[in-house]
Write a protein of this length. Structure first.
Lengths: 301, 216
């Protein structure tokens, strides 16, 4: 094994973007290397003593591609600074959704608010807007699935989903997509729902789910040992982008999620070979209530 | 669901919820919007406090404003200091005539779908934290959605009962027509009809014997 490299995240050479292996009946499809099939050399992100500084210190998110699945993103907003691409789901006559490039605008502003927070956490990250929500006329489920499928296939490193759908008929499709993302090293960071309703994909084990804490430090986040919420991040009184270049102070899990997305982008920028389960472990080890430098924890307590 | 179609129970339910929400939060106003599925507009269905005299029935596109954030994300949200945001203040003044300094809103979710929004303007100062307030409005919104679901079920049940009553009138109509035509029927037809009627009678007798009511 060799040490990690700052590789191109798009490369089809990465093990997580390879086509499925060919195999013949009677031969184990997923077995370990044998005498006939030599062990493969591959890069790994070596994990030593994980500290917040090891995890993301000095990283600005460069080289990491993040998709914001939301209401669109206003690319001209000062908090967003720049947007590399803007696409949207388009409902067809047959009820199927397709993906098409669209203007970098956002009538609602929710996606712009999320994108601005990701930019504030990881200034050099590459941001793409995937508009899956347009207005109240179309339900959230089918468009959400079309946009998510596209983002996974496009090979984004991190997908921010400050939204969910509660329609049970979309649960299985979302579950399969979340697993597909997981195995393709595409990290889905999703807002946990605070209301007593069932919604997806945030409770799936293959995604990173985020709820809010009430502290003001954007880098402070807490590991939650009680599933399904994985982490608590800053989500109260957060200054976020508002349409027209303005800012507003807002509270909600929608805004805790982009904080973790930004932290993930910084970690992946520094350690590009981390896969989602390794990344979640690094997040756990560097969490403010877990890491103990000299007896205290990351929050300095 | 336009306001004109909302029946008395639904209107009273929504009004009582917005009154409770306004009182619990010590707020300037509380309102419930329902989503018009055809136009995508949010329609004011009940308002307590500021605007209660003129806002019910008015509408705005669901893709904008904080209510739009809530519809899209399906998440409860809160914004503060909105008066500092001139664009926001202008939009609010144009749409409702009132410029709040804080807004809190939560989705009404039925069958996994957002069907509307519960909104509270200008909470009074209280010892609770913002996150607890957001949790509480989420709980109230859940109650509204459950209440609306009950109203819809009640309507359906009432409709089904009416249909059942209409159906039994129809059966009686058939029986009276048979009684009128039977004497004039030819012998083979009359004998078949008599056998069918006897079968129907047996069937009904068997059912009433098997039902718990017959045991008493």
């Amino acid at each position: 094994m060799t040490c990690e490299t700052q590789g191109d995240g798009d490369s089809e050479q990465h093990p997580w973007r390879r086509p499925p292996r060919h195999h013949f009946p009677g031969i184990p499809a997923w077995g370990a290397p044998t005498a006939r099939l030599r062990e493969e050399k591959f890069d790994v992100s070596l994990i030593g003593a994980v500290t917040p500084d090891w995890a993301w210190g000095g990283s600005d998110g460069s080289g990491v591609k993040v998709a914001v699945l939301d209401s669109g993103v206003d690319g001209s907003h000062p908090m967003v600074k720049r947007l590399d691409r803007s696409v949207g789901v388009v409902p067809g006559d047959d009820g199927e959704f397709t993906i098409a490039d669209c203007e970098p605008t956002d009538a609602a502003g929710h996606g712009t608010a999320c994108a601005g927070l990701i930019r504030s956490m990881a200034p050099e990250v590459s941001l793409t807007s995937v508009r899956v929500l347009t207005n109240g006329k179309h339900g959230t489920g089918a468009g959400l699935i079309a946009g998510l499928r596209w983002a996974i296939d496009e090979g984004f490193d991190v997908i921010n989903m400050s939204l969910s759908t509660g329609k049970p008929q979309f649960c299985l499709a979302l579950h399969e997509l979340a697993d597909r993302a997981y195995f393709r090293r595409c990290v889905i960071v999703a807002s946990a729902h605070n209301m007593p309703v069932r919604s997806f994909p945030w409770p799936f084990a293959s995604v990173i789910s985020v709820a809010s804490h009430d502290e003001q430090d954007p880098s402070v986040y807490y590991y939650n040992p009680s599933p399904p919420v994985d982490f608590f991040a800053r989500g109260m009184g957060v200054e976020v982008a508002w349409p027209g270049g303005a800012r507003i102070r807002s509270t909600g899990n929608s805004f805790a999620t982009p904080h973790i997305t930004g932290i993930c982008a910084r970690i992946l920028s520094k350690h590009p070979m981390l896969t989602p389960f390794q990344l979640k472990s690094v997040l756990y080890l560097a969490a403010s209530n877990v890491f103990q430098p000299q007896g205290g924890d990351n929050a300095g307590r | 669901m336009p306001v004109g179609n909302a029946d008395v129970t639904e209107r009273s339910l929504l009004q009582s919820i917005v009154e409770v929400a306004r009182s619990v939060f010590g707020a300037a106003a509380a309102s419930v919007f329902l989503l018009d599925a055809e136009t995508g507009d949010l329609v004011f269905e009940a308002v307590a406090g500021e605007g209660e005299d003129q806002l019910v029935g008015s509408r705005f596109p669901s893709g904008t404003g904080l209510a739009g954030w809530v519809v899209m994300s399906g998440q409860p949200l809160l914004v503060d200091d909105v008066t500092k945001n001139l664009q926001f203040a202008r939009d609010a003044a144009e749409s409702t005539g009132y410029v709040p300094s804080s807004i809190m809103a939560a989705p009404l979710i039925r069958n996994g779908e957002c069907i509307g929004v519960l909104e509270v303007l200008d909470r009074g100062s209280r010892p609770r934290g913002d996150l607890s307030d957001v949790d509480l409005i989420g709980m109230l919104a859940t109650e509204v959605a459950l209440g609306l679901e009950l109203v819809v079920k009640l309507r359906w049940l009432t409709g089904a009962q009416q249909a059942a009553t209409a159906g039994s009138d129809g059966d009686l109509g058939v029986l009276s027509r048979i009684a009128a035509r039977l004497p004039a029927a030819t012998d083979p037809v009359a004998s078949t009809v008599s056998r069918l009627l006897a079968t129907a009678d047996d069937l009904l007798a068997g059912e009433s014997a098997a039902s718990p009511g017959a045991l008493r």
